[in-house]
Design a protein around this ligand. Structure first.
Ligand code: 8ID
Ligand code: ZN
Ligand code: ZN
Length: 349
């Protein structure tokens, strides 16, 4: 039986903090499902949302979270391909119009009227959350829900970013922010896709994580004397990586990447630091034929593929599980850049 009340972490004003309290359990509409969220990953986007970092308003009050894995407990009348008891996940793109030119071509992250979990609609930092059936991630029975939770945003996003970079097996990818949540997943997908990863992050704990994940080199942005030269030197011919995934939450690395990427290489912007701008030499961008682009989550097919890599045992990123009630503590560590890998919250605690 579905309770009428549940525990949730609620942002009551921009700037935070979250308030752990009881709120009503929502009811799904005809094209929606209600998911008993067991575990939810904590993405840096959730902190950006609480702090009002971006030029896009959130709903308020707001239940954050968009890496929620759980069990379907109710389905709307129009939902035919999901049933009570199925495992499912709620990701950032909770819903889209399905009829604009982007949606028609499965570019639904670009839809002009999206429902964004934990941003424009309530997300997964609650025991029961609503997902639009069309967009809910299908998770195979028997899946470890703690471990799959970070795949639902971090995994999908970096998998899509790697595809958008156009990189091929055997080539070198620089992963900036490699020891963080998206970065630790990116190292796993890169390895599974036959890429050589150059990890860039700060400190010994993140170095350990990156080395354990099989990175061919670790460049420490906090201590490196010449980061651009060090990254280039990590490729056998010294010409630099074929592509760069920018996952950091500060502006500086966005200015550096075009300097160390190989000629004809691609810089993919994914991290979303507040008030940040790209800056690159026009002369170098032209004469070295550099591509600079953005990549934003993934569509339903990317979601299915990212989960399939996980289900095949290829994605083993480190994570720590704590109670949902501890969310403010996680945000503090995240703000300080002290989290290696991902935190996952257990909604029952
Ligand atoms: O679809 C998208 N584009 C998308 C999807 C999901 C998340 C974008 N994001 C965005 C988030 O909103 C956030 O801005 O990606 C960014 C990274 O999210 P995250 O991985 O959840 O954050 P984290 O765990 O805090 O990791 C960030 C890492 O960057 C490192 C930190 O040490 C940390 O490990 N870092 C920083 I800050 N500055 C760095 C630098 N100069 C750096 N690493 C290398 N060089
Ligand atoms: Zn996210
Ligand atoms: Zn649309």
């Amino acid at each position: 039986t579905i309770p009428t009340e549940q525990w949730a972490q609620v942002v009551e004003k921009t700037g935070g903090p979250c308030v752990y309290k009881k709120i009503p359990v929502p009811k799904p509409g005809p094209d929606e499902v209600l998911i008993n969220i067991k575990y939810s990953g904590v993405c840096h986007t959730d902190l950006h949302a609480m702090m009002g970092d971006w030029p896009l308003a959130t709903k308020m009050p707001l239940v954050g979270g968009h890496e929620g894995a759980g069990v379907i407990v109710a389905v709307g009348d129009l939902v035919k391909d999901l049933k009570v008891g199925d495992l499912a996940g709620i990701k950032w793109l909770n819903g889209s119009c399905m009829s604009c030119s982007y949606c028609r071509q499965a570019d639904e992250p670009l839809c002009g009227t999206p429902d964004l979990s934990g941003y424009t609609v309530d997300g997964t930092f609650q025991e029961y959350a609503i997902g639009k059936a069309a967009h809910v991630a299908r998770i195979p029975q028997g899946t470890d829900l703690q471990a799959v939770a970070p795949v639902l945003c971090a995994g999908i996003t970096v998998y899509k970013g790697l595809k958008e970079s156009g990189i091929k097996p055997g080539q070198y990818i620089a992963i900036v922010g490699a020891g963080g949540g998206l970065g630790s997943l990116a190292l796993q997908y890169a390895k599974a896709m036959g890429l050589h990863a150059i990890a860039i992050d700060g400190g010994a704990e993140k170095k350990q994580l990156c080395n354990d994940a099989g990175a061919v080199a670790y460049v420490d942005f906090m201590t490196s004397k010449d980061l651009v030269e060090e990254v280039k030197a990590a490729t056998p011919d010294g010409l630099g990586p074929h592509a760069v995934l920018l996952l950091a939450v500060t502006e500086r690395p966005f200015q550096q990447a075009t300097q160390y990427v190989r000629a004809r290489g691609t810089v993919v912007c994914i991290g979303l630091p507040a008030n940040a701008f790209l800056k690159a030499s026009v002369f170098d961008t032209v004469t070295r034929m550099i591509n600079i682009k953005g990549s934003y989550v993934g569509n339903r097919q990317d979601t299915a593929e990212a989960i399939e890599f996980f289900s095949r045992g290829l994605i083993k990123a480190p994570f720590k599980v704590v109670g949902l009630s501890q969310l403010n503590d996680i945000y503090k560590l995240m703000h300080e850049g002290k989290i290696a890998g991902r935190y996952v919250v257990d909604t029952t605690k």
